[in-house]
Design a protein around this ligand. Structure first.
Ligand SMILES: [Zn+2]
Ligand SMILES: [Zn+2]
Length: 252
């Protein structure tokens, strides 16, 4: 098999690495926490930053502490317009013509103009789409706050990453399943359950169980109550995610 064909196969064990560079939950000592979310993904064809957190200088300082080089980013995927996911974008290296920013089509014109003024290529996402080999966007979902989530196909199943899950985590996972027909290895990110009742959270957990989601990593806006319940029901397959957490396929 030539190297070219090798590159299009799904990332194998040891190849996918997700580094949480920004989260309001603490994980690694020495990193700063602040409300928001961002993670850096290597392994697929593209090196991806999913969301940017709220504060650019905090994003860059956490990246430095984690030895993540912002110049390596060639793709930025913004889940939704809220400042705790988009605020750090402006701090990324300027005039890097290799960066492509995928954002929901519903973003305000002013935001889009800024992205282009920054020298980045911009892709407006409406429908589900392929970002690169084995990496997909769910498309912008939801009625009020439109949001896209990331779906990564690995040789061990799908990894779904959400920003705030405003369109509903169950809805997002359902769409991901239709988009890429495979088992779920990991669902992680903000699940937006801070104010949800225990009954609602348990319903979501039972949906996850029915889909045979193997690992869960709820963080950011999931809320402590929901995180504790996911931990209770997933046991050792619950991943405690906070700023500085590194997840590799080999660890799962
Ligand atoms: Zn958020
Ligand atoms: Zn939000």
């Amino acid at each position: 098999m030539s190297e070219k064909t090798e590159a299009v196969s799904a990332p194998g064990a040891g190849e996918l690495t997700i580094t949480v560079v920004y989260d309001n939950n603490p994980y690694k000592q020495g990193l700063e926490t602040a409300w928001g979310f961002s993670c850096f993904i290597t392994g697929p064809e593209k090196t991806i930053l999913f969301d940017t957190g709220g504060d650019g200088s905090l994003l860059l300082s956490n990246m430095e502490k984690l030895a993540v080089d912002p110049n390596k980013i060639d793709t930025v995927v913004l889940s939704h317009i809220h400042g705790d996911h988009t605020g750090g974008l402006g701090s990324l290296p300027e005039k890097n013509p290799n960066v492509t920013v995928y954002l929901p089509e519903s973003f305000p014109k002013k935001f889009k103009d800024n992205v282009q003024a920054h020298g980045a290529k911009m892709i407006e996402v409406e429908q589900p789409m392929k970002i690169c080999e084995n990496v997909y966007s769910t498309g912008q979902l939801g009625k009020w706050i439109k949001e896209q989530s990331l779906v990564i196909r690995t040789e061990r199943g799908l990894v779904v990453i959400t920003g705030c899950a405003h369109p509903g985590i169950v809805n997002i996972v359902n769409i991901a399943k239709d988009l890429v027909k495979d088992d779920f290895l990991l669902v992680m990110g903000g699940f937006h359950l801070e104010w949800a009742s225990r009954g609602k959270i348990e319903k979501i957990i039972s949906a996850f169980k029915q889909w045979h989601v193997r690992y869960v990593g709820p963080c950011h806006c999931t809320g402590d109550k929901a995180r504790a319940l996911f931990e209770k029901y997933f046991g050792e397959n619950y991943i405690n995610i906070g700023a500085g957490k590194v997840i590799t396929l080999a660890d799962l």
